[in-house]
Design a protein around this ligand. Sequence first.
Ligand SMILES: Nc1nc2c(c(=O)[nH]1)N[C@@H](CN(C=O)c1ccc(C(=O)N[C@@H](CCC(=O)O)C(=O)O)cc1)CN2
Length: 304
Amino acid sequence: MRTLTYSMTEIIDGNRVAQSIRDDLSEAIDELEDADVTPTLATVLMSDDPASETYVSMKQDDCAEVGIEAIDVEIDPDAPAEELFDEIDRLNDDENVNGILVQMPVPDHVDKQSVLRRIDPAKDVDGFHPENVGRLVAGDARYKPCTPHGIQKLLEDAGVDPEGKDAVVVGRSDIVGKPMANLLVQKAEGGNATVTVCHSRTDDLAAKTREADIVVAAAGVPEMIDGDMLTDGVTVIDVGINRVDADTEKGYELVGDVDFESAKEKANAITPVPGGVGPMTRAMLLYNTVKATGLQHNVDVTLP
Ligand SMILES: Nc1nc2c(c(=O)[nH]1)N[C@@H](CN(C=O)c1ccc(C(=O)N[C@@H](CCC(=O)O)C(=O)O)cc1)CN2
């Protein structure tokens, strides 16, 4: 059941949509089990950042829930980069491993591009390897990056078709902004929008966001977009998950890139933080892992 506020703004419930994706993946996982294959994801964490540790632990729990085998690899953040590369090589060579995810960000002394290039593109369930990025841009995606793919699913669930709409993506990261813009502009279902990508050097951001039918906020700046920057009836997707100090049990609270209360007054639909995009990022990782397993074993799996 969708939640509606008094002003009829739809609060898009990412936890509900993610749960339905996890439930719907069971058919594909059964098909793989019938072929004697258990999908297996290796998560690699080279960080002691508490948020990264939380995300990896949640990913492991999600795998357990749906019947994906999870391998948990942890590397000392102070270790030389070679240790991470050797681990990736070992996972690439392991026939039982279908998907490899290196949690980002990696430490400063590790070159991120070298990490992404090292992962076997067939096992790159994040979709960050240049081969997979190229395929996405060419309109022949193998693994869509999890956050933008999850956002496409949220828009679909909310009945928002980007076709013909003006979409503004705020942020140009490799993980969210760039692939999101690409997916929204693609000549394909969930795309066909007119897309503007804004970033830290954009002149008069508010003028751009006010023109938008869909705003995807992925700049990593707490509450940088408020209701004054939006037009009535806009759909707002908030990708920001910022930990800000607060007088709570954990000592922080999670805040999006959007000022939820003022933006809700303008929006026809909006994602909350937490409980919006985050759970979808994790659900689409499971999706990509199941897809990877099917491709590697020539099993034609039924994906949601
Ligand atoms: N290798 C990758 N690294 C990172 C990715 C990625 O897609 N692949 N994305 C982000 C972070 N991220 C995934 O790892 C991620 C962020 C948030 C959530 C999530 O479930 N958030 C919850 C709140 C969780 C909490 O209590 O802190 C929510 O929004 O409801 C999952 C995954 C950077 N790195």
